[in-house]
Write a protein that binds this ligand. Sequence first.
Ligand SMILES: C[S@@+](CC[C@H](N)C(=O)[O-])C[C@H]1O[C@@H](n2cnc3c(N)ncnc32)[C@H](O)[C@@H]1O
Length: 197
Amino acid sequence: MWEDRYRASDDYLFGTAPAAILPDNPWLVRQGASALCVADGEGRNSVYLAMQGMQVTSFDPSPTAVKRAQHLARDAGVVVNTHVADWDGWDWTQQYDMVAGIFIQFAGPDFRERQFADMQSALRPGGRILLHGYRPEQVGRGTGGPPNVENMYTEALLRDAFAGWTIERCCAYEKDQRAGSGHVGQAALIDFVARKP
Ligand SMILES: C[S@@+](CC[C@H](N)C(=O)[O-])C[C@H]1O[C@@H](n2cnc3c(N)ncnc32)[C@H](O)[C@@H]1O
């Protein structure tokens, strides 16, 4: 489905600017540190982190999206270690300083539990997980995200999923998004950043 969506247009579906959580929180960047961007789509977030000096690896199952990510990196003069891979095809034993999951709410509750466990295992101790997505209030707005309320994040859900971690940011807010044609309009968002014990 996602490959079809990306192929339907020559434009970057979510634009080329990073999701707001990254430029709005520059403290997330550590020069030279490693980052994994999961389900990274067309590379807007991985390329931004590479431009800030991080060593970035990314994957997405859509070959069209990954090709666009490679073009974006080349145009920006940075290197992103891109891969065409599905979630279950990724080697989750490789560890990173940061793992970023930005708009990865294609997962319902069972898959999400596995998603979070996989992302945890891909973090070195002290490493940072970053999640950015939609809250239940987003469903029905038609400004982005899946229609499934059970796929949405709440502060309680995320705090519970990462109990025992050091929470650095857990913030629910409203924002007018302008990201390509995929995310356009007022959105109910949530940011979550925590460090693995
Ligand atoms: C809403 S897009 C977000 C893309 C990117 N993170 C961004 O913020 O621009 C969701 C992405 O999840 C990817 N995706 C969907 N199912 C997946 C799966 N089973 N494993 C890995 N990625 C998947 C899609 O290909 C798509 O690029």
